[in-house]
Design a protein around this ligand. Structure first.
Ligand code: ZN
Length: 214
């Protein structure tokens, strides 16, 4: 890559970042307590800027359009993140930990922005902080799982991914993103003086939800 390309790419990236930060529709994302790379990913997702299979196909880079997670529906970003049967299992397991299983996205085609806006209105201000951070973490984790399957041929079950989300939530809390503390505590993670890790039998807790979408 020559210098001109580097400069061009640098300008494109900074322009995109500036646009992302100034976008009034994305206020909720930037307010959420989560690492910036995850929030930026979600901003890209809300604006359909992620390189999903449907986008690759539109650009002539790929012939098939099957979702890497369920292998049955076309892979759009909204499908991947909220309406895919695999993702919905993950949402149900994670949201049940904070008593919000009723907010699990439905299989009806919808946009993540609409679902998020509608769902967060149903909770008080304090719960919203946890919910917003959890939305960012789940979307980010589902996207990483999709990439692991697409590029590295590595696969997790929905239960393994939900376990990974709880583990990552504890890492975020220890890195000062405290909004997820309530969520991580449901999985036995303790912080501050009680920082000894003490895992609850989460498998037992999730048992009622396993196979919900099968
Ligand atoms: Zn799918």
């Amino acid at each position: 890559m020559d210098n001109r390309s580097n400069i061009h790419n640098g300008l494109s990236l900074s322009g995109l970042l500036l646009r992302a930060i100034c976008d009034p529709r994305s206020k909720g994302i930037w307010k959420s307590r989560a690492p910036n790379k995850c929030k930026f990913f979600l901003w890209l997702a809300l604006h359909d800027r992620c390189w999903t299979v449907d986008r690759r196909r539109r650009h002539g880079l790929q012939d098939t359009d099957a979702c890497a997670l369920c292998h049955t529906e076309p892979e759009t970003i909204n499908h991947l993140l909220i309406t895919c049967s695999f993702s919905r299992e993950v949402w149900l397991m994670a949201l049940s930990a904070i008593g919000c299983q009723h907010l699990t996205p439905s299989a009806t085609p919808s946009s993540i922005a609409d679902w998020w806006t509608t769902s967060r209105k149903q909770m008080d201000k304090a719960a919203r902080k946890t919910f917003d951070a959890l939305v960012v973490l789940i979307c980010w984790s589902v996207w990483l799982e999709r990439n692991a399957r697409t590029f590295d041929n590595r696969t997790k079950t929905s239960q393994q991914l939900a376990h990974g989300i709880a583990e990552e939530a504890a890492v975020w809390v220890r890195a000062t993103y405290s909004s997820l503390q309530v969520f991580a505590q449901q999985f036995g993670y303790r912080f501050g003086r009680e920082s000894v890790l003490c895992n609850k039998p989460v498998q037992k807790m999730w048992l009622p939800y396993m196979g919900h979408f099968l």
